[in-house]
Ligand binder design. Sequence first.
Ligand code: OGA
Ligand code: ZN
Length: 389
Amino acid sequence: MTRHLPTPDSYDYEWVALSDARFAPDTGLIRLSWPDTTMLDVHPTWVAENTPVTGYDTVVNEGILDVREAPTPSDVAAVTIDDEGALAVTWSDGGSSKLHPGWLRHIAENKHLPDSFLPDRVKWTPADLAEPISVDGSDVLGDSGALEEWLSALVGYGLARLVDAPTDPDFLLDLMKHVGPIRGSNFGDLFSVRIHESPDSLAYTGLNLGQHTDLPTREIPPGFQFLHCIENTVEGGWSRMTDGLALIDELQTNHADHYEALTTLDWVWFNRQHNDDHRWVGPVIDHGGPHSPVTFRAFYPVRSFPAMDSRDVSRAYAALCCLNDVAHDERFQMRFAFRPGDIVGFDNRRVFHGRDGFDPGGGGRHLRGCYLDSDDILSRTRVLRRRTQ
Ligand code: OGA
Ligand code: ZN
């Protein structure tokens, strides 16, 4: 028994032998069955596309067929399962396909979808999560499992903290080399959140920052933000986080009119700097397409023009007031202080962040920050969890 066939990816699949495979000329589909009654219907063209060597390149794991030249249902000569339970198809031109039954099985179980290998999303309020889940960051670049634990919590809760990480101002760059490419912005790849002499963002002052999400001026705002505390000796300047998923629940349940306004009425978001002109138009709560995660656009300093019927502007403002009430409500908003060596990561499209004001003369406060796109965080999280799931 060889019980091995290549699959078009980098995973090892348990061999789950098929009990039956038959072609139905009326539907043009091949019905696969396993002994526990699990079933999967597959199209012959798709079988050909996923056949090692003839359908996909086994080095790069990408399909090579022009769909116009691929076999169709009328090219099926025979469908069987081989001695070891793999799918075997013979084509009318004499060619054949053999597919790994465990790989086919993972599709029947929906484990091929984007949420595969990712932790479930957990909605939170401070009543169930008083502080960010914390992971020891002292050896995060070693193979301690800390990176997987931290990223898993980050994806699940939209917020997670490494503690006791080094306080080298460029450590975030080293860490992100193990995660994925940094998404730069007009603030740089790595930015310093501290008092600037001529600030180009409210973040670079000692002012209170109301609950917000960064860069709503972009078509797709950065997925995740990381803030690494290098120094913090000021009074105040506490960090505040609110889970947007809990906020949506509250709005839907108790403020349905405001929720409707927040999801449907558009604003122009505009970064008005001398040398930068980023703009996007969209609602405060943007549900995007059917497969998109929610995106909150909630940075009032760059909310620039209503892009709605002028008769809707009053209710749009009323809805924003309601959103701010909920986002700053102690029932939803978590507060904690930054300690040197903390690296707080959060889902910038889901979780609101903010900061208490502080006296710029009363000590030093220095955070180093960066953004990464969600795609890169999710990819790294899947790859790390692949080892343990
Ligand atoms: C930011 C920001 C929070 C802080 O830089 O976008 O919100 O705690 N900073 O200074
Ligand atoms: Zn911010």
